[in-house]
Design a protein around this ligand. Structure first.
Ligand SMILES: NC(=O)c1ccc[n+]([C@@H]2O[C@H](COP(=O)([O-])OP(=O)(O)OC[C@H]3O[C@@H](n4cnc5c(N)ncnc54)[C@H](O)[C@@H]3O)[C@@H](O)[C@H]2O)c1
Length: 403
C-alpha cells in the first residue's frame, strides 16, 4: 500500500467510512426479513394504550389473532388498529381461552411485566414485552430462568435501539470508526409538566380513569433506564459492572408520596463497563429538555445525537471540524417488509421493533434484543436506584448473561 493510500485509509477509518464502504452490511439496520416464507405467527396483544401503536399486523408473516385490555375503550381501539375480530377482557382470560396463539405482545404496566411474561411463557408462548423487562433483581433471575428452561423467544421492545442515531452509531462502532469507545453519555428526559396540574388534573397519564394514581406516579427514574441504556448496549454490547448514582427530589407529592417510596424526580448514574469504559446515564422527570438521546466519545471521534432546539446530529472526528449528519434511509432496509415501510412512533422505531420480533420467530432465531440484552439494559438501573437511595454507594451489578 502506498503512503498516500495509507493516509486516505486512516482518514476514512477515522470517519468510519472505510469499513462502511468495505462492508455494505454495515449500513443495514438488522437481519433481513424472511422473504418467501408462508409461515404466519398468530399474535395476541395485551394493553391498548402504547400497545395500539405498532405494526405487527402489517407484517406478511403475522396475523393478530386476539387482543385484550381491561378497559373496553382500549379493547375496541386494539381491534380497530389491528383489524382483529377477537377480544378478551384480560390477559388471563386470553391465555386460558385462546388456543390459536404462537406469541404474545405485552404492553401492560411495568410492575406487571414479569408476571405477564411468566404467565405467557408458561402457556408455551413467545413473548414481546414493552420496557422495562423487569422491576426487581429477583424477577431478572426468574426471567432468565424461564426463558432458558422453556427455550421460547423473548424480546423487549426498546425504542432507542432502532432510532436512526443508534443504528448509525452501532454501524460506526462495528466498522471501527470510533476506535475505542471509552465514554458514553446517555439520557432519557421526560418532563412531568406543570407540577400544580400534576396534582390537580386527573385527566393525565398519571391517573387511571377512576382517578387513582397510575404506575407512572412517582416511578423511580432509574427503574426506567432502558431508553438511556439502549444507547450503550445497543451500540457496543458491553455490560455494566458497577454503578454509583445520585438522585434529586423536592417536597412535591409525586416524590413525597408514592407507592415506590421513591424520593427522586431525577437520577444520574456513573457506571463502569466490563471493558473498563465510563458511562453516564441520566433519567430525569423534571427538566427543561426532552428526548431519548446519547453522545458517544471514542479515540477517533464523537457522535452527538440531535438535541432539539440546540443542535442537530453531529459526527466530529477528533482531528477535524464537526460535520452535520444525514442518516441513511434505514426504513428501506431489507429487515422491514414493504407494507411496513412508513413513519412510526418514537423516532420511527415501532416498525423496526414489530418487524424484528416477527422476523426472528419466522427465522427460528433469537431476536436482536434478546433476554440477555434486555436484562443488560434494565438491571443496571434497578441497582442504580438502590445506589442513589444509599447516597451514591458504588454497587456491583449482577450479570444475567448466559452461563
Ligand atoms: N418508548 C417506549 O418504549 C414506551 C413508551 C410508552 C410506553 N411504554 C411502555 O408500554 C407499556 C404500556 O404503557 P401505557 O402508557 O400504555 O400504560 P397504561 O397504563 O396507559 O396502559 C396499560 C394497559 O394495560 C392494561 N392491562 C393491565 N393489566 C392487564 C391485564 N391483566 N390484561 C389485559 N390488559 C391489562 C390496562 O388496562 C391498560 O390499558 C408500559 O410498560 C410502558 O413502560 C414504552
Amino acid at each position: 500500500m502506498t503512503s498516500s493510500s495509507t493516509t486516505r485509509r486512516n482518514l476514512l477509518l477515522a470517519t468510519g467510512a472505510l469499513a462502511l464502504q468495505a462492508q455494505p452490511a454495515a449500513h443495514q439496520a438488522g437481519k433481513p426479513a424472511p422473504l418467501g416464507s408462508s409461515r404466519k405467527i398468530r399474535l395476541g396483544i395485551a394493553g391498548g394504550g402504547f400497545g395500539a401503536g405498532f405494526s405487527f399486523h402489517e407484517h406478511p408473516n403475522c396475523e393478530v389473532t386476539a387482543v385484550t385490555d381491561l378497559r373496553t375503550d382500549r379493547r375496541r381501539k386494539l381491534q380497530e388498529v389491528y383489524k382483529c375480530q377477537t377480544a378478551y377482557e384480560s390477559l388471563e382470560q386470553m391465555l386460558s381461552l385462546e388456543k390459536r396463539l404462537d406469541a404474545v405482545a405485552i404492553f401492560t404496566p411495568p410492575p406487571l411485566h414479569y408476571k405477564h411474561t411468566e404467565m405467557s411463557m408458561k402457556r408455551g408462548l413467545h413473548v414481546y414485552c414493552a420496557v422495562p423487562a423487569v422491576f426487581t433483581l429477583e424477577e431478572a433471575a426468574k426471567l432468565k430462568a424461564i426463558k432458558e428452561s422453556t427455550g421460547l423467544r423473548y424480546m423487549m421492545g426498546e425504542t432507542s435501539w432502532y432510532r436512526e442515531g443508534c443504528i448509525y452509531a452501532r454501524n460506526v462502532h462495528r466498522a471501527g470508526g470510533f476506535g475505542e469507545l471509552f465514554y458514553s453519555e446517555l439520557a432519557y428526559y421526560h418532563d412531568r409538566g406543570d407540577l400544580k396540574e400534576l396534582v390537580e388534573n386527573k385527566k393525565t397519564r398519571f391517573y387511571e380513569p377512576d382517578g387513582s394514581r397510575s404506575w407512572r406516579w412517582g416511578l423511580p427514574p432509574l427503574h426506567y433506564p432502558t431508553h438511556s441504556m439502549g444507547y450503550l448496549v445497543g451500540v457496543t454490547g458491553e455490560r455494566i459492572r458497577t454503578v454509583s448514582a445520585l438522585g434529586w427530589g423536592n417536597s412535591h407529592p409525586y416524590v413525597a408520596d408514592n407507592v415506590y417510596k421513591n424520593p427522586f424526580f431525577n437520577e444520574s448514574a456513573l457506571m463502569e463497563t466490563d471493558r473498563g469504559h465510563m458511562v453516564r446515564c441520566n433519567v430525569f422527570w423534571l427538566i427543561g429538555e426532552d428526548g431519548e438521546r446519547a453522545q458517544w466519545y471514542g479515540e477517533k471521534g464523537t457522535l452527538y445525537m440531535a438535541n432539539p432546539g440546540l443542535y442537530g446530529d453531529i459526527h466530529r472526528d477528533r482531528l477535524t471540524k464537526p460535520k452535520a449528519l444525514a442518516y441513511p434511509k434505514y426504513l428501506n432496509d431489507p429487515m422491514i417488509p414493504m407494507p411496513m415501510r412508513h413513519e412510526s412512533g418514537h423516532g420511527g422505531s415501532h416498525v423496526f421493533l414489530s418487524a424484528e420480533f416477527i422476523n426472528a420467530l419466522v427465522d427460528n432465531r433469537e431476536p436482536e434484543i434478546d433476554v440477555y440484552q434486555s436484562l443488560a439494559i434494565t438491571v443496571p438501573g434497578i441497582v442504580g436506584h438502590q445506589s442513589a437511595l444509599k447516597k451514591g454507594e458504588r454497587l456491583k451489578v449482577p450479570s444475567f448473561d448466559k452461563s
